[in-house]
Design a protein around this ligand. Structure first.
Ligand code: AMP
Ligand code: GLY
Length: 424
């Protein structure tokens, strides 16, 4: 098979790495890819023109296109490919609204009695501010649309929440993604995420994982795309797993089919485990990043037939998925300054040495080739990942990998997995 992967981050490097292990695969292309991806897939220098990409896929006889990030999914790349008879993995535009519009997701949850925080949606800033003043509780204010993980602002006081509404609705800090805001009550607890492959109706669960969204140790600092991840996540007990399947995953998948938007692809459920049980914080319509970096190395089965089965609606025939028993940890090395503005073009050294460490894989996120050198080209630069017998060893090995690498001014969290370790 010839496979095209769309995207350029750590998740896509991990996807390409896993796909390359499939005996079914003859050649992998990536649009646009990064320096790490280019070692295993041929980079295709193409932008966001879906028709152009589909033309290229048609003339190159691509058998499967795998879409990594949410933006092309929400913009309808799968619809364009499907209309041409090309197989593309991921939800179509209507189903991707589950991530693309927080209001859409909240309505679906309410209609299907899925546990989530109480909320209201506003397009008018004055009405939103009135609500905040009347309600007077700690809230989270969220841009309705896609904002690269940055559109969620805590509003723990009336002033903070009012400012958040102004930032989103008046200053348009996230552009059209902030044409409306969702204001929801703050939930207290430990976060966990849940990843499921869905073929429109059948659901196949991945092992558990958890990321660290905050930029600095102790879950302090600013919200980021994710500074590290680990799998398994001990917070997700078998009882919680069953509860989430029954109360969240099945009703979501059925609810989407009932409104004529069958969901095919990766359903990622972000949860808060509260004293009153798990409640949904968000849905994503693709693998988490950096969660993919710890989930895919643990998958023993071939990913390619699983993705094909999601498209064809035959996932039930592949229910016997095999997993490696080892645990995985990923430490993200980020550019100095990230998630605030940061410099790029810094030379990265030690990549080969890190890869020689037992169980370590270095997945590239924001990198590019510059002559002989691999240089930084994004906020999150590398996902240094390790697989080992248990979580503690996986974390230690991942940090050994980090120690072998040098990037001027880089920063990373030194406490990845601390909540999990305290539970074990
Ligand atoms: P989201 O993109 O909606 O998952 O929000 C990003 C992050 O903000 C989550 O991972 C949580 O850490 C936090 N968050 C969002 N909504 C809430 C909420 N209702 N209560 C507490 N924390 C929240
Ligand atoms: N790591 C969180 C996300 O991918 O949305």
């Amino acid at each position: 098979m010839k496979i095209l992967v769309i995207g350029q981050g750590g998740r896509e490097h991990t996807l390409v790495w896993k796909i390359a292990q499939s005996p079914l695969v003859e050649k992998i292309y990536c649009a646009p890819g990064n320096a790490g991806i280019a070692q295993i897939a041929e980079p295709i220098p193409m932008g966001n023109d879906f028709d152009e990409l589909a033309d290229w896929a048609e003339s190159t006889n691509i058998d499967l296109t795998v879409v990594g990030p949410e933006n092309p999914l929400a913009a309808g790349i799968v619809d364009v490919f499907r209309e041409r008879g090309l197989k593309a993995f991921g939800p179509d535009k209507r189903a991707a609204q589950l991530e693309g519009s927080k209001d859409f997701a909240k309505q679906l949850m309410v209609e299907n009695d899925i546990p989530t925080a109480l909320y209201r949606t506003f397009v008018d800033a004055d009405e939103a501010i009135d609500y905040i003043k009347t309600n007077n509780t700690s809230v989270f204010v969220k841009a309705d649309g896609l904002a690269a993980g940055k559109g969620v602002i805590p509003g723990r006081t009336i002033d903070e929440a009012t400012q958040a509404v102004k930032t989103i609705l008046v200053d348009k800090a996230f552009g059209d993604a902030g044409n409306s805001v969702v204001i929801e009550e703050e939930l207290i607890g430990e976060e966990a995420s849940f990843t499921v492959l869905v073929d429109g109706s059948y659901c196949l669960t991945f092992v558990s994982s958890q990321d660290h969204k905050m930029s600095h140790d102790g879950d302090t600092g600013k919200n980021t795309g994710g500074m590290g991840a680990y799998s398994p996540a001990p917070v997700m007990t078998p009882e919680l797993h069953d509860y989430v399947m029954e109360r969240v995953v099945y009703p979501t998948v059925k609810g989407m089919a009932n409104i004529g938007c069958p969901f095919k692809g990766v359903l990622y459920v972000g949860l808060m485990i509260t004293d009153a049980g798990p409640k949904v914080l968000e849905f994503n319509c693709r693998f988490g990043d950096p969660e993919a970096q710890v989930l895919l190395p643990r998958l023993k089965s071939d990913l390619v037939p699983l993705m094909m089965a999601c498209i064809d609606g035959t996932l039930d025939q592949l229910a016997d998925v095999q997993w490696h028993t080892e645990a995985a940890a990923c430490v993200v090395m980020a550019s100095g300054g990230y998630p605030n503005p940061y410099q790029t073009g810094k030379i990265i050294t030690g990549l080969a040495d890190a890869s020689l460490i037992d169980g370590v894989n270095v997945f590239h996120a924001g990198t590019k080739q510059d002559g002989e050198n691999v240089v930084t080209n994004g906020g999150r630069v590398l996902g240094v990942t390790a697989l080992a017998d248990d979580l503690k060893s996986a974390i230690e090995q991942a940090y050994r990998g980090v120690s072998a690498i040098h990037i001027d001014n880089a920063h990373w969290r030194t406490d990845i997995g601390y909540r999990a370790l305290s539970r074990i």
